[in-house]
Design a binder for this molecule. Sequence first.
Ligand SMILES: Cc1cc2nc3c(=O)[nH]c(=O)nc-3n(C[C@H](O)[C@H](O)[C@H](O)COP(=O)(O)OP(=O)(O)OC[C@H]3O[C@@H](n4cnc5c(N)ncnc54)[C@H](O)[C@@H]3O)c2cc1C
Length: 483
Amino acid sequence: MVAKKPRVVIVGAGVAGLAAAQRLCGAGGDRFDVTVVEAGARAGGRVLTSEFAGHRVEMGATWVQGIVGSPVYALARDAGALDPDPEDDGGLVPYERMDGFPDRVLTVAEGGAVVDADLVAKPVEDLYRGRSRRAVGHADLGQLPAAPAYQRRNTRRRWRRVEPRRAQSRTDTSADDLGDLDLAAEREYRDFPGDHVTIPGGYYRVVDRLVAALPPGTVRLGLQLRRLEWGRTPVRLHFAYGDAPALEADHVIVTVSLGVLKTSCLGNGKQDAAGAIAFDPPLPQFKREAVARLGFGVVDKLFMEVEAMEGDEGEPPVDFPFLHMAFRAHHVSEAPWWMRGTESICPVHGGSRVALAWFAGREAEHLESLPDDEVVRGVHATLDAFLPSSRWRVKRVKRSAWATDPLFLGSYSYVAVGSSGEDLDTMAEPLPRAEDDGGGHDERPLRVLFGGEATHRAHYSTTHAAYLSGVREADRLLQYYSR
Ligand SMILES: Cc1cc2nc3c(=O)[nH]c(=O)nc-3n(C[C@H](O)[C@H](O)[C@H](O)COP(=O)(O)OP(=O)(O)OC[C@H]3O[C@@H](n4cnc5c(N)ncnc54)[C@H](O)[C@@H]3O)c2cc1C
């Protein structure tokens, strides 16, 4: 008689879910019966590569945050995505920051006065450049001088750019209000050492690499988990659409975003959102409290195809500048409030006619609610305030909408005031806890395991956190069955 294989269902085909599946199917050999159920019509989750105006654009994950030892960098390299052949790639060579960051930016005050960035920003830049150089490649980042954690993280991530700024820290951390960041806990955050790079062939190649390593049919798209009965083994998974039969599993690895978990556990009026899961029985209090305390913010990207109109002063400008905007506290232009938290509009690479602005927090959420023509009007009012004589115009826009998307309900996690790194560990804790079942520690049945970026204490908010969390949960099962 052939022994029955343990059935493992992984919920979510983002980087975490795919990494868990790859590990179970790889290191586990043929020992597990693995299925990945994904509510959406594609794998990748918050990795979403798209095209716009002849460019490859990343709507979600953009950077590999430190290349030394990064599993995501290794996947991109092994997939040939660091040096893609344009012939095989639909001719799409241009990609975000393919030329790194320009040495000089055009810093302009609202109203159009060009500011001498050397006078204002250079000393600060030098200070942080030095500090971050020490951070990059440093074996024990905890020994660095104690700067506010969000700044350190900021400098590690963006040290080639000019001085650390509030808007950048908001997009780096996803916190709407920087006062909501627990700085002590954020100090535990780590990037990998080395450069931060974008992926020429597209971040999706990392996802494709993971999927390709799985047996055909492992990933099942369009299956949205609606109810998870986890009170006894086997665990039963019920799906949203009537004709999808329930599945039974010995173990379920949940990798949905913290935004989806918040809605699933805490309500907040969005329980009917497509991704929300009814846990039956409800998740225990310790888990719900960690879900509630941790922060999950919104970051969006707005891509704009720009063209220069001929002005009164003759020839239009050649290149769109790397524009750094210094808004005044007292508004002196028609730039709308939702543009005022954004400090730069820059070409995705030198000479490109595709410009990019990042948004965070309430401005990002508002941006998601606007029709395209209103977005274009708001950008025009802003460009008129900063480049009054250049007459750049936006032909069309493309933007992300991570807060509105019911399968994500936000962008990435942060440690909010009132939470701590321990909450990230709690997020990762499998269920039931031994005492819930009345069994001894060794009897813990590992019915529901948790992966995803918001379950990694040191690397949360990144793709490598997602990857490492998936591997961690797969290893938990491998270890369980090797006892
Ligand atoms: C704008 C933006 C920029 C970013 N930039 C970077 C960056 O530069 N560098 C970096 O490292 N990281 C970046 N990130 C973060 C990174 O993308 C994420 O941390 C990572 O991709 C998360 O992967 P995950 O597998 O944990 O979750 P997800 O990618 O969210 O995967 C979870 C999956 O679960 C699915 N799902 C949801 N509900 C259900 C359900 N009920 N049933 C079945 N399936 C369900 C979802 O559709 C999704 O596919 C960025 C993210 C955003 C949004």
